[in-house]
Design a protein around this ligand. Structure first.
Ligand code: G3I
Length: 361
């Protein structure tokens, strides 16, 4: 038995002996799979590798793993001629060993790209680099990665283009067809992977988000019309506990329209920031939990939605701590497990939504 497996088994024993979870006897992955839904979370290499208790909690709660950063160009591509596969290989191997589905994030994005890539000016060279990258990365993990965010955050109506696409490095060099190219190249490298168009800020009823939703529908329709292998929409779902802009009817209609195009839907990056909520820890937890409940109870009515991924599992490890901290310096509390890996009020909301949702076929 490998050192990793031995450590993991020990951790499961220790963790499952904790009264709070042992008594409950329910896990998010179990509640989800009872209805035909896949639940999982993003994690990063160093936390899963080094924190044995966290690893055990992850395996207890999750049926899917996605790499928070390790498959981004900024990590994977130190230079044009080199790949740094070590952390991504570890994560994909970990998922294989523990029979977790793996969601790959992400192949074409305007953000988190290395400096050397930003310096490439020649469109033909950029095209070659994009195709080689996707062919190499998707090919390396073919059969091990269930789904890929093939293209991420390509719609940006504020950029003023009639097609509402983002004026990214890829678009400037290759035109809108870079999106088609990314999907087609990924499909050629792994014909069995579920290919996802992933988008942020499409959950709320604000003018900007309404425009982005329209841009996403337009893009998906164009891709489908052109026979591009786009199989699902990823709705990131980074939510705000302090927001009052969620309109159930508007969001529900959007999901129906997406499903009507013949694509599946994944919630790919859900968390709920509490950065603008005041009050006691219990009041903050309650606001976060209510946001999960209100959102998921609507989203999960759509049976084309078959996967829910949270952007992290424990409040111990959340990007919000460093990238969007609370102004008062208190710790963020956006996720289903607390710092001690015990279920939060948000966990209970997610569990409740899973119990009540209709069966997926
Ligand atoms: O790895 C370096 C480390 O060496 C260095 O010491 C440190 C100094 O700040 O930075 C580290 O890199 C950071 C990396 O996270 C790992 O912690 C980057 O600066 C930081 O920009 C990066 O942030 C990530 C961000 O995407 C940008 O890639 C967040 O962790 C990650 O949660 C976030 O995830 C995005 C999704 O990919 C797309 N949707 C939105 C979501 C939230 O922003």
């Amino acid at each position: 038995m490998s050192k990793l497996l031995a450590a993991g088994a020990f951790a499961v024993l220790r963790f499952s002996s904790h009264p709070a979870l042992a008594a409950e006897g329910e896990t998010l992955k179990g509640l989800a799979s009872a209805k035909g839904l896949l639940y999982g979370a993003a994690a990063n290499y160093s936390n899963l590798r080094n924190d044995v208790q966290f690893r055990a909690a992850f395996l207890q709660q999750c049926g899917l793993l996605t790499a928070e950063n390790e498959l981004k160009w900024a990590v994977l591509r130190p230079s044009r001629s080199t790949f740094n596969f070590t952390p991504a290989d570890w994560l994909v191997d970990f998922a294989q060993q523990h029979k977790l589905a793996f969601h790959g994030h992400t192949l074409a994005w305007h953000h988190s790209i290395p400096g050397w890539l930003q310096d490439v000016q020649d469109p033909a060279a950029l095209r070659t680099i994009l195709v080689d990258h996707i062919t190499t990365v998707v090919g390396r993990y073919a059969g091990k990665v269930r789904s890929w965010d093939a293209v991420n955050e390509a719609v940006q109506p504020e950029d003023g283009r009639p097609d509402m696409l983002r004026n990214s490095l890829w678009l400037k060099a290759l035109g809108p067809d870079y999106i088609d190219l990314a999907f087609r190249t990924a499909a050629a490298a792994d014909p069995h992977a579920l290919l996802v168009y992933n988008e942020h800020q499409i959950e709320y009823d604000t003018p900007d988000q309404a425009k982005r939703r329209a841009g996403v529908l337009r893009l998906l329709q164009r891709l489908k019309n052109n026979g591009v292998p786009v199989h699902a929409l990823g709705v990131q779902s980074h939510l705000r506990a302090a927001s009052n802009s969620f309109r159930p009817a508007v969001f529900r209609r959007f999901l129906s329209e997406v499903a009507g195009l013949g694509v599946r839907i994944l919630i790919t990056e859900m968390d709920v920031t509490d950065r603008d909520v005041q009050g006691s820890a219990a009041q903050i937890d309650s606001a976060v939990a209510n946001t999960y409940r209100d959102y998921l109870s609507i989203a999960l009515q759509e049976t084309a939605l078959t996967t829910v991924i949270t952007w992290g599992l424990s409040n111990l490890y959340t990007w919000l701590k460093t990238e969007s901290p609370r102004p008062d310096g208190a710790q963020s509390r956006p996720l289903p497990l607390d710092n001690n890996l015990q279920p939060t009020a948000a966990w209970k909301s997610i569990a409740g939504a899973f119990r009540q949702m209709p069966n997926r076929s």
